[in-house]
Design a protein. Structure first.
Lengths: 73, 398
């Protein structure tokens, strides 16, 4: 499970480019589709600003509440 | 609220240099073009060192004075232990004002007849039952799913940059391996002592593991300072930390503004570049020089090429001939494809160089007169100290 610190995130898309599950999407800010996340952790590893944290239980953070389960795929 | 607009021939997603050029050329060719951009203002924030060679720019556009912040004629490379190599012959290069240039390119696309929509992130794309393509844009900055507009066209040009996310809806696996991405942090620095006509490069494990640090002057006393770290050796937040440490060390008392980050694909260009009537351009197609991360010249060229080919593929009756789109890949492969593949192959070698090796090369080069040194000579010297690699390199260049 992936948690995004939206204050630190610069919206650069580096994490999106390596995500194997296509779980990340930048709309206005970065959002995660939990059902697509395979918890591989590469997004956190490459984030130049350290804005992504992997957690067991990400809880109801701003970013996760926005996550796009309604996307058409 | 949901609305559909089917009135387009070509949709271009992403208005960076690749997308703006594609839209410009496609609209100039008489097609109805929609250019979608996620950001409210194209080109802001700038995620680029803004360096480009005269030739690379001139291939696509006559360089405009208002696009150029400074002209660079020499470079300096610093090895891990601080041995400096002066390169007096770098050819004419520019440090651009990309905010200005990106805005102008979009303006030129609009003047050519393209419709431009800012604040319009494409969140989904796919083929319709009638063989056209649909792109869904989110209108709500707080939710990708509430409030959407659907657009339809016969042809798509995907120019969504390093993310290359939209391509995945059409069967491309564009997710980058960690060995194929440079993860970067960069800032504008104002400090006394920054030379207006000289680019400086720093190498070494403690500076930028598997990458390099660049200082590109925007005139005397101000520069773009940034660094890239190879993804496989990165850890969360490392580029930012390395950059701020470097700036503190090198420019005590300097002023730091516009701290941002970004990713540079250093992969092989994506094959195929065209599927059905969907084309990839720019960073989205990994059209980047894998050795130094430069993608601007390729993006401008590929964007114009793709747009021109796409417009030309429409017949007199308005129907699209998909086969004609393949001309884009053929031309790209001919003009830049080989060159890009060579860079990719040589990247492997550059990545494997350790600090001691870089120091040794720098030491031998520093004894040569700077006027005689060109990038090519530095390159050859580097290789000649590893004969097997030289052999490999020659095979590649043949
Ligand atoms: C730190 C850094 C330094 C660099 N320095 C240099 C350099 O000095 N010289 C050089 O030649 N190259 C450099 N590059 C590379 C260069 O910036 C890129 O190759 C170039 O910008 C690629 O152009 P593009 O149009 O393909 O992508 P981009 O310029 O990234 O444009 C993509 C656009 O698409 C938009 N977008 C993304 N997703 C969507 C979506 N779903 N819907 C709508 N819009 C979307 C983005 O907002 C963006 O505006 C650097 C890159 C980085 C990250
Ligand atoms: S890599 Fe980091 S800063 Fe960039 S978009 Fe992802 S979380 Fe945000
Ligand atoms: S942990 Fe892996 S799958 Fe999940 S969002 Fe990050 S990169 Fe994607």
């Amino acid at each position: 499970m992936t948690f995004v610190d939206t204050d630190k995130c610069d919206g650069c898309g580096t994490c999106v480019s390596v995500c194997p599950g296509n779980a990340l999407l930048i709309n206005n800010r970065l959002t995660v589709s939990p059902e697509k996340c395979v918890s591989c952790g590469v997004c956190a590893k490459v984030c130049p600003f350290g804005a992504i944290v992997l957690t067991e239980n990400a809880g109801l953070t701003e970013a996760n509440r926005l996550s796009g389960s309604g996307l058409q795929d | 609220m949901y609305s559909i607009d089917k009135n387009y021939d070509i949709i271009v997603a992403g208005s960076g240099p690749a997308g703006a050029c594609a839209a410009m050329s496609a609209a100039s060719g008489g097609r109805r073009v929609l250019l979608l951009e996620r950001k409210p203002v194209p080109g802001v924030p700038v995620r680029c060192g803004e360096g480009i060679g005269h030739q690379g720019l001139a291939l696509s556009f006559e360089p405009r004075p208002e696009w150029i912040k400074s002209t660079v004629t020499r470079a300096r490379m610093l090895s891990p232990s601080g041995i400096g190599v002066e390169i007096g012959n770098v050819g004419k290069s520019y440090i651009l004002d990309r905010e200005r240039m990106d805005a102008d390119l979009v303006k030129m696309a609009v003047e050519a007849g393209a419709e431009f929509r800012a604040s319009s992130p494409a969140v989904w794309a796919g083929e319709t039952s009638s063989g056209r393509y649909s792109v869904i844009c989110s209108n709500n900055p707080n939710s990708p799913t509430e409030g959407q507009t659907e657009f339809e066209a016969s042809c798509l040009i995907l120019a969504d940059g390093v993310e290359s996310r939209l391509a995945r809806y059409f069967g491309w696996d564009t997710a980058l391996r960690l060995e194929d991405i440079e993860t970067a942090a960069f800032a504008r620095v104002e400090a006394a002592g920054i030379e207006g006509d000289c680019c400086t490069f720093y190498t070494g494990n403690s500076v930028a593991p598997g990458g390099y640090l660049w200082v590109f002057p925007r005139g005397a006393g101000a520069a773009n300072v940034g660094l890239g770290v190879i993804g496989s050796r990165c850890r969360s937040g490392l580029p930012r930390k390395l950059l701020l440490d470097f700036i503190k060390r090198t420019y005590p008392g300097g002023r730091v503004t516009d701290l941002h980050c970004g990713g540079v694909p250093v992969a092989k260009w994506v094959r195929p570049l065209v599927r059905g009537a969907v084309m990839l351009v720019g960073d989205a197609a990994r059209q980047v020089n894998a050795i130094n991360g430069a993608g601007l010249a390729y993006s401008l060229y590929a964007g114009r090429l793709a747009g021109t080919v796409a417009a030309g593929a429409f017949r007199g009756d308005g129907n699209l001939c998909r086969k004609a789109l393949l001309g884009y890949q053929r031309e790209w492969a001919k003009v830049f494809g080989k060159q890009q593949e060579r860079s990719f192959a040589l990247k492997e070698f550059i990545m494997s160089a350790d600090d001691a090796f870089l120091d040794r090369i720098a030491d031998s080069l520093s004894k040569e007169p700077p006027g005689k040194l060109s990038y090519l000579r530095v390159f050859m010297r580097t290789f000649s100290s590893r004969p097997l690699l030289l052999l490999k390199a020659f095979k590649l260049f043949r």
